[in-house]
Design a protein around this ligand. Structure first.
Ligand code: SAM
Length: 131
């Protein structure tokens, strides 16, 4: 989540947005930014790895942009009943952090329909239909 920039754009679509962050100062900054932007976003404070399994409901869209070495762990936890059928998982930085995210990208390309959107940072967009 950091200062909330990406989540504000998601919430501006009218979607119900849940965001996770463990860094207290960033959470405070994000809360101020959400208020300024006039959006309601649920913040789950703490470590993502400890909180995914506690999420309620199933998600249609997940944007992953946290610790690069943990992306595959996040995805595997999400695959334990947290994604709606046909969910989209977008993972940031697959070009500029290519080496760090190789295992993640190999996994999604092997198991799902997945495309890499080019650009200086790159985004891996994965369709999770059956799992
Ligand atoms: C690149 S920033 C996210 C930027 C965000 N997309 C935005 O637009 O504001 C990554 C954030 O993930 C957080 N983070 C990294 N690993 C985490 C973890 N395991 N649990 C919770 N937050 C984590 C960091 O504290 C950092 O604020």
């Amino acid at each position: 989540m950091s200062n909330g920039y990406s989540t504000i754009w998601m919430a501006a679509t009218g979607a119900e947005v849940v965001s996770m962050e463990k860094w207290v100062e960033r959470i405070e900054e994000a809360k101020k930014n959400f208020e300024k932007a006039g959006v309601e976003i649920q913040i789950i404070e703490g470590d993502i790895l400890e909180n995914i399994s506690k999420l309620e409901g199933k998600f249609d869209f997940v944007f992953i942009d946290a610790m690069k070495s943990q992306y595959l762990d996040y995805l595997k936890l999400l695959l334990e009943g947290k994604l709606a059928e046909g969910a989209i998982v977008a993972a940031h930085n697959v070009i500029n952090k290519k080496e760090d995210l190789k295992e993640y990208v190999d996994y999604v390309k092997k198991n799902f329909e997945s495309v890499t959107i080019p650009g200086d940072k790159g985004m891996e967009v994965t369709l999770v239909e059956k799992f």
